[in-house]
Design a protein around this ligand. Structure first.
Ligand SMILES: Nc1ncnc2c1ncn2[C@@H]1O[C@H](COP(=O)(O)OP(=O)(O)OP(=O)(O)O)[C@@H](O)[C@H]1O
Ligand SMILES: [Mg+2]
Length: 202
């Protein structure tokens, strides 16, 4: 049975889909079998995966979500689930089925405060959650400010605000496939390693 990671944060535009796609490609390239479930009716993750041969994606919603996640879990080592910004009942059930929740957030107090509902939901469902800071600016104190506002566990790795993540997504690729030795690629590698450590410790 696969390990299931759900990417959730009710604030839209937090960077969920972008971070998920980067990690999916990293693990697929490392030889893991990865299946995706896109619960967002916008379907951007499914569209990204549709441009690739190596990563399958189920587009799902509502009553189908739980059975689609379980069927993906029978096929793969890792299932990554993308949630829409405004999910609620669906999100609760998905979090219950997951081994880990990754909650991406931009490093501002307003975005960090918006994490409260998903942090509370994960706590009630007894699913471990880690916050991932994304779109982090190259300079300034944003990370420190975010840490001060945060109630939940934070991943030490974060994702910078980099155009290559946007360029890669549009082509169905990961940043490392466009720029192998870039800072973006190194960030994703470090993040993947840290998440593997979290999964191993569950
Ligand atoms: N690390 C990054 N660097 C630069 N741009 C980014 C980064 N992460 C996300 N973006 C851009 O920010 C926007 C929102 O990102 P994304 O769609 O991944 O967020 P989301 O949380 O999945 O949004 P939604 O709630 O609408 O599903 C997109 O235009 C994306 O290209
Ligand atoms: Mg999204």
């Amino acid at each position: 049975m696969a390990q299931i990671i759900t990417f959730a944060q009710q604030k839209g535009g937090a960077g969920k889909t972008t971070a998920l796609a980067q990690l999916a490609q990293h693990w697929a390239a490392a030889g893991r079998s990865v299946e995706l479930v896109d619960l967002d009716p916008q379907g951007s993750l499914a569209r990204w995966a549709g441009m690739r041969e190596d990563i399958g994606c189920r587009q799902s919603s509502d009553w189908k979500a739980s059975s689609d996640i379980r069927s993906a879990a029978r096929e793969a080592d890792l299932v990554l689930v993308d949630c829409p910004g405004n999910a609620d009942i669906l999100l609760r059930a998905t979090i219950r089925d997951s081994d880990l929740v990754i909650a991406p957030s931009q490093p501002s107090a307003m975005d960090i405060w918006a994490l409260d509902p998903v942090v509370d939901m994960a706590a009630r469902e007894k699913t471990p959650l880690r916050v991932l800071l994304t779109r982090v600016p190259p300079t300034g104190t944003a990370v420190e400010v975010a840490k001060g506002a945060l109630k939940a566990d934070l991943l030490a790795s974060h994702i910078g605000n980099r155009v290559v993540f946007q360029q890669a997504f549009a082509q169905g690729k990961a940043a490392s496939e466009l720029q192998r030795r870039s800072k973006a690629a190194a960030e994703v590698t470090a993040l993947a390693k840290e998440v593997e450590g979290v999964l191993a410790g569950l």
